[in-house]
Design a binder for this molecule. Sequence first.
Ligand SMILES: [Zn+2]
Length: 443
Amino acid sequence: MQIIGNGRLITRDAAQPFFENGAVVMDGKVIKEVGDFTAMKTKYPEAELIDARGGVIMPAFINAHEHIYSAMARGLSVNGYDPKGFLDILDGMWWTLDRHLTLEQTRQSAMATYIDSIKNGVTTVFDHHASYGAITGSLFAIEDAARELGVRTCLCYEVSDRDGEEKMKAGVYENEAFIRHALADDSDMIAAMFGLHAQFTLSDQTLELCAQHKPDGVGYHIHVAEGIEDLHDCLRKYGKRIVNRLMDMNILGPKTLTAHCIYVNPQEMELLKATDTMVVHNPESNMGNACGCPPTMEIFRKGILTGLGTDGYTHDMLESMKVANVLHKHNSCNPNEAWAEVPAILFDGNAKIAGRYFKSPLGVLKTGAAADVIVTDYNPLTPMDASNINGHILFGMTGRHVVTTVCNGKVLMKDRELLVVDEEKALADCRQEAAKLWKSING
Ligand SMILES: [Zn+2]
């Protein structure tokens, strides 16, 4: 038994959202009780204390859309890369990079991404992977890293026609093999989806093959209308809009996650809602790629389950939250926009999305929920209570404030020190592989 206490406690449990001096009692992988620190200490005197030292205790973050394969792009300059639009960014940077990844480089990219996630208090990662240089076994290589570091993850391989039929099929088989593996695993640490790149690189025949090979019980994870080019392609080739095509191909549903949804209209939103399909917003990536501002507030207000991701741009969910907050105010010229919606998307939306793939409740601190807990060293300079928690988080915290990260009852980081890996060595190994990768890209 362990007890994390001696700090302000944010539970995300509506029944008791905030304790001025709270504690979370963990029994193995599960939360046994949440309450006042003194009362919990008295009730569980034998429990080992993890001292929050007056910081803020809260549920660990969930990242609903991530790209492990992008880790080694940090600082990379690709010869001749000079993008004029979104398709140039994909082909010139991301597809160029993933075509050169070896299995070892995929594993190292996963180590680096999960390490940074732990340091930002993220313990559940929904990844969308591509490594056209080495497809078979890539999801298993990522799983190895996740298991070594003790994080929860939901993986998929992004199938695409972009590198020909043989590689498309290898992607299909990688998804199928990993999904069967994840469905047979009862640790509740690994989950899987069927990954699709985006409709503009997927023919009807390919989508039919994917459907034939998708085991029951999981949905798809796909980029939707991230660029205007994707919409134009769909209208030109199929005479319909993207969500309509996905509907006709039987891709939508409560287990399917659609990333971005920038160029979707109200009629498409109705289809997402009617099929209970999930949407993930990645504000910083959309801005950085100059893709446009998605109608995320409208999507959310329609009652579509909406979450927040980082798309590999950062691993800090609070950075993503801050950018979402200013993006929608800026875009709508409305200073009242996004106050309630963005926290709801990050905290409630991501918890519900995780709930569709993991058995234990995540993103909440209450009896029976997973023991995924973080401590930040944030010390408020103004009064803090249940009514203004999100204002304190938005304006006062970044991922760098996270000092302690616990996942599945295991302490992964304590006082900024990683306990599950030699961080220096892991990053040195990653740099070494990244240097090899860059050389293979630029010759
Ligand atoms: Zn993405």
